[in-house]
Write a protein of this length. Structure first.
Length: 240
């Protein structure tokens, strides 16, 4: 991780390197998806569900801490979209659940989360509650919106190559992936970066806390996905 004094340019250079490293790591890991047994693939996809749920709650908590301004307004818009903009059936966790149902995940299994990942998500919520808003922006504003999109894009590229997904493509509900790996989410990432840059320009003293939150998010999400792979990829379980 970064050592020394943070400046705006050094922060964004660090963030860009971190995103590139995350993309490379995700690419390496997600290759296994194309060869998973169908039941393991279903379990794998189910585990991401818990990120979508906790992200919404944490984003609401972050918004309560932020001062009025461009960043708060943008994240409020993103939160509204995540919640379906007033239509509960359009909330993104509901859309993801429809994807899970369309690939054969039984309804009674969608609430089965990995204890280790529930602990990670709960720990992040606790940190978000206790720390200042700048830490939360790094943790959930950047970590949730930007790093998450990187993992999802790579996941989707490999997911759709799986034989089961190709054979059943016409009946699978792809809406969640259209939203989160398409132009809309790319624009979200660009707007989020611009709003955070303005947040830094307004008060550069936020940089150390912002960087700490982002560093924490990198560690958390890498471990989150590592836990999913350990639980769902057969050869990794045997190797361990």
């Amino acid at each position: 991780m970064h050592a020394g004094t943070w400046g705006r340019e050094t922060f964004w250079a660090f963030a860009d390197r971190a995103k590139q490293a995350t993309e490379a790591l995700a690419e390496q890991k997600m290759r296994a998806l194309t060869h998973l047994p169908v039941d393991a693939l279903r379990r794998f996809c189910t585990q991401y569900r818990f990120f979508t749920i906790d992200y919404i709650s944490d984003l609401a908590l972050l918004l309560a801490k932020l001062p009025f301004g461009g960043l708060r307004s943008l994240l409020s818009q993103i939160l509204s979209e995540e919640l379906g903009e007033g239509d509960a059936a359009r909330a993104h966790p509901e859309i993801y659940d429809r994807f899970l149902a369309s690939i054969g995940v039984p309804r009674e299994q969608v609430d089965t989360g990995l204890p280790a990942n529930r602990a990670i998500l709960g720990g992040l919520t606790d940190e978000l509650r206790k720390r200042g808003p700048a830490f939360g922006v790094g943790l959930r504003g950047m970590g949730g919106e930007c790093l998450c999109q990187t993992y999802l894009s790579v996941m989707f590229e490999h997911l759709r190559l799986h034989p089961y997904m190709r054979e059943n493509a016409d009946r699978i509900d792809w809406e969640f992936w259209t939203i989160h790996t398409g132009e809309e989410d790319i624009v979200h990432g660009e707007l989020t970066r611009a709003a955070i840059d303005a947040y830094i320009r307004e008060d550069s003293s936020v940089l150390p806390e912002l960087a700490q939150g982002y560093e924490r998010s990198i560690t958390a999400w890498n471990q989150f996905w590592e836990n999913i792979f350990d639980a769902c990829v057969p050869q990794r379980r045997v190797a361990s």
